[in-house]
Ligand binder design. Structure first.
Ligand code: SAH
Ligand code: SF4
Ligand code: F3S
Length: 438
């Protein structure tokens, strides 16, 4: 039996893509393995968002090359394939730097994987495919099956916002929204094969503007009609593209979870302008208020970048004040990373590394305190938890509350894939514990 090992870096869109690549190779008879040494294909799905993410790839290629060489010593051939955003950002350079790589394939060309694999010929040499093809890859990939109770579904890809620091518009291209009927068909397929929760994915998910619906709000409302689909989520949203129809869906659609990831990046209008984010801090807060007006318990999360070029101490203080004002349930925060080809990488007044580190620590301390307070606030409540994983400790399983809090209980693993009522008895900054109630 031929086997493929897939390692994924980066965002949820990459996780979704990895699953689809696994499906595409499955058509050729490859089954998935978690053991690189067993794999005829080693596939790394890469991320280019920050320098650290890209560097990780090269150390991983080194590790995979050792596997490849060890297998060669046993007379086994191994294809090393690199996919994802690093390839789109510069596949040729990647092949120059990483000699062990046989095939490099960008995010818009996954549907061509089977053909690339069957036609690969060591004598003809290595291959890079990183164009933006006229056809949509979604039309060529095999139908998705649910891989568990909680599944991803890509509804939109690419980004037209061109934030001055970000590589995504270059690696994922301009915005493309899948037609509503295609999304609904995939959702039905996922539910028919065991999904209870669907997370709609897009780099700019609330900017969805495809055929067959007015906006993402309509898509959510149509999905709510699918029997057996108990939870709907979506990520990532761009603040100023939020529509009333999406916001009110949080009031009207019980399956739509009370959680919204709404990245602000900075609390300073000067920095937001330099980032080319198309809203002010006040406008962002108004959007948050509109969500809270229809769904007072909604949990809000965000991404932040500290140390953007030109960010002063007072700009940073405004980010801290914004965090106090909004009150987040969870968040991601990063030091600004200068990415090749982006306007921000060329801006004057780059912030010193030590200053970035110090600001990140202060911000993370505040965000973590808010996250802990949010989690402590659920102690004593009884919440629905969708059980998705076996716990690290014996007899434990874990899952997620409507507010996306990771929750551990001692229970039979037969409950995996089920939504159970859990009385929350303990909380830390990162997880909850509780008891199942009948
Ligand atoms: N489309 C999403 C974000 C995708 S990237 C959005 O606009 O919200 C995920 C996060 O990575 C971003 O929200 C941002 O906080 C961070 N990020 C992107 N580029 C970065 C860079 N050059 N340096 C540091 N963080 C960055
Ligand atoms: Fe990047 Fe901005 Fe687009 Fe998000 S909205 S993917 S941060 S360019
Ligand atoms: Fe990374 Fe590409 Fe996602 S750069 S964050 S894998 S869209």
């Amino acid at each position: 039996m031929k086997k493929v090992y897939i390692k994924t870096f980066g965002c949820q869109m990459n996780m979704y893509d990895s699953a689809r690549m696994g499906d595409a190779l499955g058509v050729l008879g490859y089954v998935k393995t978690e053991v690189p040494a067993e794999a005829d294909i080693l596939l790394l799905n890469t991320c280019h968002i920050r320098e650290k993410a890209s560097e990780k790839l090269f150390s991983e290629v080194g590790r995979m090359n050792e596997v490849k060489q060890a297998r060669r010593a046993q007379g086994l051939d191994t294809l090393l394939i690199v996919a994802g955003c690093v390839v789109q950002a510069g596949g040729e350079e990647l092949l120059r730097r990483a000699h062990a790589v046989d095939i490099a394939v960008g995010p818009q060309n996954y549907h061509r994987l089977p053909e690339l694999v069957t036609q690969f010929n060591r004598k003809k040499g290595r291959v890079v495919v990183a164009d933006f093809p006229a056809e949509s890859k979604f039309d060529f990939l095999p139908e998705t099956r649910a891989r568990g109770a909680s599944c991803f579904l890509a509804v939109q890809e690419g980004c037209d916002h061109f934030c001055s620091y970000c590589v995504v518009p270059y690696t994922r291209g301009c915005e493309y929204s899948r037609p509503a009927d295609e999304i609904l068909a995939e959702a039905r397929q996922l539910v028919a094969t065991g999904a209870k929760e669907i997370m709609l994915l897009g780099q700019n998910v609330n900017g969805w503007h495809g055929e067959g619906a007015r906006d993402l709000g309509d898509i959510i409302r149509m999905m709510a009609e699918i029997d057996g689909l108990e939870r709907i989520r979506y990520t990532t949203s761009y603040p100023s593209e939020m529509t009333d129809n999406i916001i009110t869906a949080h009031r009207d659609v019980p399956q739509l979870m009370p959680y919204i990831h709404l990245p602000i990046q900075s609390g300073s209008d000067t920095v937001l302008k330099a980032m080319n984010r198309q809203y002010t801090a006040d406008q962002y807060c108004e959007i948050v208020d509109r969500f809270r007006a229809v769904r007072p318990d909604i949990a809000i999360s965000s991404d932040f970048i500290v140390g953007f070029p030109g960010e002063t101490e007072s700009d940073f203080e405004q980010t801290m004040a914004l965090v106090q004002r909004v009150g987040y349930a969870s968040s991601f925060s990063f030091k600004f990373s200068a990415r090749p080809g982006t306007p921000a990488s060329l801006m004057k007044h780059q912030v010193a590394e030590a200053v970035k580190t110090e600001r990140l620590m202060r911000l993370q301390e505040l965000l973590l305190a808010q996250q802990k307070a949010f989690n402590l606030g659920t102690i004593g409540k009884t919440l629905d938890v969708l059980m998705v994983e076996r716990g690290k400790e014996k007899g434990q399983i874990s899952g997620y509350t409507p507010y996306l809090q990771n929750t551990h209980v001692v229970a039979d693993k037969a409950l995996l894939g089920q939504i159970v009522r859990v009385n929350i008895t303990g909380a830390t900054a990162t997880s909850l514990t509780g008891r199942i109630v009948d």
